[in-house]
Design a protein around this ligand. Structure first.
Ligand SMILES: Nc1ncnc2c1ncn2[C@@H]1O[C@H](COP(=O)(O)OP(=O)(O)OP(=O)(O)O)[C@@H](O)[C@H]1O
Ligand SMILES: O=P(O)(O)OC[C@H]1O[C@H](OP(=O)(O)OP(=O)(O)O)[C@H](O)[C@@H]1O
Ligand SMILES: [Mg+2]
Length: 318
């Protein structure tokens, strides 16, 4: 099938074609009942049950396509959105709008130097060689260090010129951590999650440029707002369902106020009368990360039959 000719009447949704964000994105699509079959080596897949086409792109390119308005919706890291925005000419505002944090892909873009080297402070890197995949953010970062203001201000000529001692920033697309050992860089600016890659390369972080998570982004130029809203609501439902469990328990009326203080819920707990007149059943959303502590505290306050149930999907306004 000539897929390209099937795109004009569809909302285009870009997802990472590889890398750290891909699996979580595929899980989100599946939880949102966005059904598709991706043919081997094809970067476009038509969604079977909605007028949407998925476009599989490198995470780094997604803000560009969304910003151009060629693609309506996308998932990528905040770091990539920030890098894209930093590449825009002075005064050109971004056409990429962040819709929601997706709660995965947490990492930090950090300035790293050899652990056993002389450099201990970022200022000592001014005028030296830096290697990174995030050249625009890195240039902004060092421009601020060099002159105390942003590069855009300096280019505009409203402030003092960039000093002579300019930091040299080179782009590499991957394995950035190898640059210091290879003698190509005095420092690097690269992503850190667990820190394993950084430590294995004998590097340590001396500053953070940006903290990142995966985000859902949309084009300010989209002409498919209805479908953008539909997909956004579905994804929000899945994210919320992943974050919360439904906790139910029975408690005597005398212990109810203490129990609902422990479990205030998202808006308020649902309280139902039981046949036994002094007792009520409570049903409430609890954040998964707090569940064990909440159950401990409920038990201490004489709640019984405490159950936690996985939420498959959800919809709410908040
Ligand atoms: N170690 C990590 N932990 C969590 N999130 C990460 C990590 N590395 C990258 N990310 C996030 O994923 C995004 C895409 O980076 P990733 O390296 O996975 O893609 P890629 O470079 O296209 O793929 P690959 O490195 O496999 O060639 C980053 O911009 C960042 O937001
Ligand atoms: O702190 P950690 O948990 O070790 O994760 C950080 C590493 O993950 C990413 O690399 P990736 O696997 O994408 O390989 P790449 O360097 O080739 O992009 C990133 O560029 C770091 O190198
Ligand atoms: Mg990578």
């Amino acid at each position: 099938m000539d897929l390209v000719n099937h795109l004009s009447d569809r909302m285009l949704f870009a997802v990472p074609k590889k890398g750290r964000l891909q699996q979580a994105c595929l899980d989100l699509l599946s939880g949102s009942d966005i059904q598709f079959k991706r043919e081997n080596r094809l970067d476009i897949a038509l969604v079977k049950n909605l007028p949407i086409a998925l476009i599989f792109l490198p995470a780094a390119d997604i803000p560009t396509f969304v910003g151009e308005g060629k693609v309506d919706l996308g998932i990528t890291g905040i770091d990539q959105v920030a890098e894209h925005d930093a590449q825009l000419p002075y005064l050109e505002s971004s056409n990429v709008e962040q819709i929601m944090d997706l709660g995965f892909g947490n990492c930090k873009l950090q300035v790293q130097v050899p652990e056993k080297g002389q450099i201990k402070d970022v200022k000592e890197l001014i005028g030296k060689n830096i290697v990174t995949s995030f050249t625009a953010l890195t240039e902004d970062y060092f421009a601020r260090l060099e002159s105390g203001r942003s590069r855009k201000e300096s280019i505009n000529g409203t402030t003092s010129p960039i000093p002579q001692l300019k930091t040299k920033i080179k782009f590499v697309g991957g394995s950035v951590e190898a640059a210091c050992a290879l003698g190509v860089a005095d420092g690097i600016v690269d992503l850190v999650e667990s820190g394993e890659t950084m430590r294995a390369a004998g590097l340590c972080a001396i500053d953070t440029v940006v903290e990142s998570t995966a985000v859902l982004i949309k084009s300010k130029k989209t002409t498919n707002q209805k479908l953008v809203d539909l997909v956004t609501a579905r994804i929000r439902g899945v994210i919320q369902a992943q974050r919360y469990v439904l906790c139910t328990y029975n408690v005597s009326r005398s212990n109810l106020s203490e129990a609902t203080r422990i479990t205030p819920g998202k808006r308020a707990p649902t309280i139902m009368s039981l046949e036994e007149s002094d007792w009520v059943a409570v049903s409430v959303m609890v954040e998964k990360k707090n569940l064990a502590t909440v159950m401990d505290e409920l038990s201490e306050h004489h709640a019984t039959d405490i159950l936690a149930t996985e939420i498959v999907n959800s919809r709410s306004t908040g």
